[in-house]
Ligand binder design. Sequence first.
Ligand SMILES: Cc1ncc(COP(=O)(O)O)c(C=O)c1O
Length: 457
Amino acid sequence: MLSKKRDKKNIICATYANRAFTKPIPKFEIPKEGIEPEAAYQIIHDELNMDGNPVLNLASFVTTWVDEKAEKLMVENLNKNFVDQEEYPQSGIVQERVVNMLANLCNAGENYNSVGTATIGSSEAIMLGLLAHKKKFMNEHKNARPNLVIGADVHVVWEKFARYFDVDLKLIPMKKDRYTLDVNDVKNAIDENTMCVGAVLGTTFTGQLDPIEEINDMLVDIKKEKGWDIPMHVDAASGGFVIPFLYPELKWDFRLSQVRSVNISGHKYGLVYPGIGWLLFKDRSDLPEDLIFYVNYLGNEEATYTLNFSKGSAMIIAQYYNLLRLGVNGYKNIMQNCLTNAKYLAHKMEELGYFDIIPKDLKMPVIAATMKKSAGMDVFTLSEKLRQRGWIVPAYTLPKNAEDVEVIRIVVKENFSRDLADILIEDMKRFVEQPNKAEMSNNAPKQNKNQIHNRIC
Ligand SMILES: Cc1ncc(COP(=O)(O)O)c(C=O)c1O
């Protein structure tokens, strides 16, 4: 039994009775003395309520819900550093199994000669994939200046690669009413110094697909005509876990001879929480040996091809869990649900009469829409109003040559139900039809166009 003295102390230490709650929170210097864990937890937990609600975050492609067992495995493995293969060899084996499964998903063929690695996300995977193409090109063209041919529909990380790794960028601008690559533009842009052509399976801006097979076929012809063997890297950050399940016949992957590397975000439609991407090379020979680091660490020699040394194992393990737990049919059902709800939402938005949906034939569960002049409201105002209700729906302008096109974008994820779609439609209708009456008391910060643009990722 507790003594009276102890009982009293416990009462005084009840979380919100703690003195920490009446003092400013340290923001610049590490406090000299710590506070009770309950108080520290509660202060931070409460403050983070100022963040948006992940379930209403329709801006992000990144997973906002996983099942309990996946969460349990993540928590059990949070204390493992993936790079410590000597200590945690099984995590490394799990990574290899996932790489094999994803290479198969991308139709790498039956000789199992693909290689790949887990990364922090698609950005790291894209950098590493392109670096391999640069290295391979430079090994074969000693004094050449390499260039990278991509469309303006790519994610900013492609441009970052060109700047960080000193490669000339040939960025093909968008066209009026066309927000993906045009094969003829790619043909005109390539030359003997093109180290790689990039294409996107599900663009960040509109969710549309670049014509990957057409570009591949053109590159095959060029190889025959001019002898330039130009590889393609496909950015399947968002499409990699959607298209193979919904349209297995659509060729965008290693079935195409010039597609030599692919990145996929495990933390997008791979259905794992943030911190996991995948890089795959069709064949071992696509990754130059001189880029692989053999690190002698804690008594074991490990081959690594990553930018970061340490990283957690938890998300790699959660990815494996999803693949085992869901199987092909499970992923297929989830992606089908997402697409069905996206199509429903797009249809309802069109019925409202205020929107034009950009992808006419929705392949990805991503809706990008412009607003008609007759709506009497622009996308930025609508986005701001929706934010007052808790919805996070970004508004932005499209890339080069289509900058005058203002859109909102909605990424439908597995936890966006039909019910939520109906509530969103009701909110849109109310905000457009009664813009002043519908003001909510929420004091979400005002955003300008650039801030909103920066948030789409
Ligand atoms: C097409 C595309 N590529 C690359 C990225 C960057 O991926 P990550 O956030 O996994 O680094 C994104 C992010 O949304 C994307 O949409």
